[in-house]
Design a protein around this ligand. Structure first.
Ligand code: AHR
Length: 508
């Protein structure tokens, strides 16, 4: 089979905002405790953070990390997590039915993000709390000093303000499961007033208002319309969340005959979701007769289904229970690759995105308590995109063979995006071949680009699409380098994509 792609140097979708390679850490399961933080671990630093995890996160080059939730934030009192550790309360954590020891809070997390060369994207609690808590937390984090909350921060050992730039106005407020779930009008009004007051404390912050928790929500997309009609002029981004699962009966890990052809097309559901939200933003922009743009923060996205069943048997009210621990396989990594390409193709509207999450919970990195930290399969495509996906996304014209699956029709075999790094004079081609059985020959016409040579062709594939990495065999599914499979002649690049594979072709 053969596909053709044409790009033109001057036809640009957008310059990539690096925050599209963001991630997320929630006080959930073992993300914090025995994940990033384990004081008794041999690799723990002076603050109790695991240095092996820090190294793996650094390699991912994650510029922004959302914190502290997630559903957790809607019942969280941030004051419990600051000040002397011995005075911090242990609390019932209702969202995940756990016990929260509060050994890590805002200040420690800011320290950790610096260690991993990142910064915090802070969510506030709009479930059980409101304007008062929000303004106090902004004052605590961002005001230099001389007031109650800023001086409290200084007393806690943080002389300089944290200068947290991006703030989420709550989390998934459209969801019935959310502590303090709201109707769109209720949430829109509250979010507007909270946004106004937070900006009074710090006019330099950027604000993300909650969109829908997924395209399947009953209130989507009316939720977006109503919430934006209330908040358009006071926010900068609207959030989207999407988790893909394997089609089949609910709450099982893998069905007997996994429908891989539908599964690997699920980024197209994500794409339709993005387009619908873009249209809703534009509709409200027209209603408001404004020139201001609101962008998208796709602040939760990933694959999630392996842990549904086992989580039902986890005992409640434990500290750091093993929740949402996905053992990702290669097929999951390939869908993550497709989802990453989808986000990049919409880089004109998506300025922030967070792979949810980062350590142990729905994560590219898994830790063994007292033992090793290793890379899940999904680690690799995300790392490649983040490391090699800087610069300008070019508008691709793609001609690809298509297939019908049980759930979707007209699914292209090829998913691809071409990125031109105009500072380094480099091109990165990201490409997925969805074909489970055959390789795919692709011809790229890179119009306007001359003198480029193939630097490397990284291939990520697996004979067994359901193979994954484990503590016993952490390097079972890893990328490899392919020689002589990508050739360039003038501005024509020819490449063979192995069956069911993720490919990075780097040109210099
Ligand atoms: O990322 C796990 C959970 O998924 C988050 O807490 C919540 O926001 C979403 O439903």
């Amino acid at each position: 089979q053969k596909a053709k792609v044409k790009v033109e140097k001057d036809f640009i979708i957008s310059r990539i905002d690096r925050r599209i390679y963001g991630s997320f850490i929630e006080h959930l399961g073992r993300a914090i405790y025995t994940g990033i933080y384990e004081p008794a671990h041999p690799e723990a630093d002076e603050q109790g953070f695991r240095k092996d995890v820090i190294r793996l996160v650094r390699d991912l080059k994650v510029p922004i990390i959302r914190y502290p939730g997630g559903n957790f934030v809607s019942g969280y009192n941030w004051e419990d997590g600051v000040g002397p550790k011995e005075l911090r309360p242990k609390k019932l954590e209702l969202a995940w039915r756990s016990i929260e020891p509060n050994e890590v809070g805002v200040n420690e997390f800011v320290d950790w993000t610096k260690k991993v060369n990142s910064e915090v994207m802070m969510a506030i609690n709009l479930g059980t709390r409101g304007i008062d808590e929000a303004r106090n937390l902004v004052e605590y984090c961002n005001f230099p000093g001389g007031t109650y909350y800023s001086d409290l921060r200084r007393k806690h050992g943080y002389e300089k303000p944290h200068k947290i730039k991006v703030w989420n106005l709550g989390n998934e407020m459209d969801g019935e499961w959310q502590i303090g779930h709201k109707l769109p009008h209720e949430y829109g009004r509250l979010a507007r007033e909270v946004a106004k007051v937070m900006r009074m404390v710090d006019p330099d912050i950027e604000l993300v208002v909650c969109g829908s928790s997924g395209p399947g929500m009953p209130t989507f997309p009316e939720w977006e319309r109503i919430v934006l009609e209330h908040t358009y002029d006071v926010v900068d981004y609207i959030s989207l969340h999407y988790y893909a699962n394997m089609p089949g009966p609910d709450h099982i890990d893998l069905p007997d005959n996994p429908d891989l052809k539908s599964f690997i097309a699920k980024n197209l559901v994500m794409e339709d979701f993005i387009k619908a939200v873009v249209s809703t933003i534009d509709y409200v922009k027209a209603v408001k007769r404004t020139k201001k743009d609101v962008y998208i923060s796709f602040d939760e996205w990933n694959v999630w289904y392996h842990s549904f069943k086992k989580d039902k048997n986890v005992e409640p009210w434990q500290i750091a229970p093993p929740l949402l621990e996905e053992d990702y396989n290669f097929a999951d990594a390939l869908l993550v690759s497709n989802m990453m390409i989808t986000l990049l193709k919409h880089a004109d509207r998506i300025k922030i995105a967070c792979l949810a999450q980062l350590v142990n919970v729905l994560a590219p990195i898994t830790t063994v308590k007292g033992g090793i930290a290793y890379r899940q399969t999904i680690y690799y495509p995300f790392m490649h995109a983040s490391n090699y996906g800087d610069g300008l996304v070019l508008l691709p014209k793609v001609e690809s063979p298509k297939y019908d699956s049980k759930l979707y029709t007209d699914v292209p075999l090829l998913e691809t995006v071409v990125i031109y790094n105009d500072e380094k004079e480099e091109i990165s081609v990201f490409a997925v071949n969805r074909d489970v059985e055959n390789s795919l020959y692709v011809e790229y016409d890179l119009h306007g680009f001359n003198g480029f040579k193939v630097e490397e062709h990284i291939v990520y594939d697996s004979e067994d699409p359901f193979a994954g990495n484990t503590p016993e065999n952490p390097d079972r599914v890893v990328p490899r380098k392919e020689r002589n499979s990508a050739k360039i002649d003038g501005n024509k690049l020819e490449v063979v994509l192995p069956k069911f594979s993720w490919n990075v072709i780097r040109l210099k």
